[in-house]
Design a binder for this molecule. Sequence first.
Ligand code: T4K
Length: 382
Amino acid sequence: MSASAPIRVVSTEPDERIFVTQPHMAPLDEFIPYLEKIWESKVLTNRGPFHRQLETALCEYLGVDHLALFTNGTLALVTALQALRITGEVITTPYSFVATAHSLLWNGIKPVFVDVDPHTLNLDPKKIEAAITPQTTAIMPVHCYGHPCDVDAIRAIADNYNLRVIYDAAHAFGVRGQEGSILRHGDLSVLSFHATKVFNTFEGGAIICPDAKTKQHIDHLKNFGYVDEVTVVAPGINSKMSEINAAFGLLQLRHVDEALAQRKAIDALYRERLAHVRGIRCLADAGEAVANYAYFPILVENEYSLERDALFEKLREHGIVARRYFYPLISDFPMYRGLPSANRENLPVATDAARRVLCLPIYPSLAHEQVERIVDIIAQAA
Ligand code: T4K
C-alpha cells in the first residue's frame, strides 16, 4: 500500500443493544493536544512525563500517598504478591473475576477459598480463621462491586496471625469509607483501569503503596527489576503503563466526577423502580461514605417468577446484555475445582449468589429512559 492510500477502516454496524457497561471517554478533541506532546517529545514509555503526572494526580484524587501505575490490574496483582514475597497459601474469595486467583497461581501460590458474607458478597471475616494453616501467609480480599470489605475485622485477623493483606480493589476506584480512602487499607491495594471500569485508561492498573520505599521496589519490579543501566535487583516483569495510556488517564480524571454523578443517578433510579418488583433484591451498599456505583447487581430471589438464567435470556431477547458477574465461581473453573476449599459445601453463600446474581447495565451515558425500559422488562416478567 502506498503512503497516500486511504486507510480502510473495518466497517462496524451500529449495535443497538445495551451492554452491561460502556467505557466513559473524554471528548476526542481534548485528547489531541496530549498526543501532540507525545509526538513532539518522542517519549512513549518508561516513566515519561505523563506517567509521572498521572501518578501524582491519582494520589491527590484518591487520597493516597504513593501509587505505581501498571499496564493492567492483573499484572499489578501478580507484582503486588511478588513485592511482599508471598508464598505458600493465600486466603481469598471465590466470588470475583478469575484474575484474583490467577495472580496467585502465576506466583506458585495455593489459593484457599473462603465463603462470602451474604449482605456484601465480600470475603466473610468470620470464616477466615478456620481456613488458616501454618502455610498461610496472606489474605487477598476483593472489594466486590466497589463495596468495601470489613477492613477492620480483616486487619485484626491478619495482625493476630501475622499475615499480609493485599486488597484486590479493581472495582474500588474513588471509594471512601468513614475514615477516608478504602485504598489505604491492607499492605497493598490494587486497582484496575480497564475499559469496563469507572475510571479507565483503555487498559491499566495501579498498586497503592504505603511508603516511598515500597513504591520504589514495585517500580523496579514492573521494569524488569532494573535499578539502573547495570543493576538488576529482581527477576521483574515489564508491566509499565505507556505514555499514551497515562495521558488519556490525565484527561479522564478531569471528567471522572461528572461520570460518577451520572452513575449515582442511575443507581438511585434502579433502586427506586426495582423496590416495587417482588423477588428482585438490589445489593445494598456496604456502608461506604462515598460509593462509585461501578456495577448494579441484583439478586433474583425465589419469589420472582423466573429463575436468574431465564431473566438473563429474556433481557437478551430485548437487546439488554446484562452479565452474570460472578458466575461461575472462580472455584468452579478447572484449574481450581480440585482444591479442597473449592468444594461447594465450603462455599454455600457464594454458590447461592452466583446462581442468583445479574449485573444490570450501568454507565454514565445510559439514558434514564433506557433504565426505565430495563426495569419494565424485569417487572413485566415478574
Ligand atoms: N480483579 C477483579 C476483581 C476484576 O474484576 C478484574 C477485571 C481484575 C482483577 C483484572 O483487572 P484487569 O487486568 O482487567 O485490569 C471484564 C474485564 O475484561 C475485566 O477487566 C473485569 N475485571 C471483568 C469483571 O469484566 P469481560 O470478559 O466481562 O469483558 P467484556 O469484554 O465482555 O466487556 C463487557 C462489556 O463491556 C461488553 O459487553 C461491552 C463493553 N465494552 C467492553 C470493552 C472491553 C465496551 O463497550 N468496550 C470495550 O472496550 O471482562
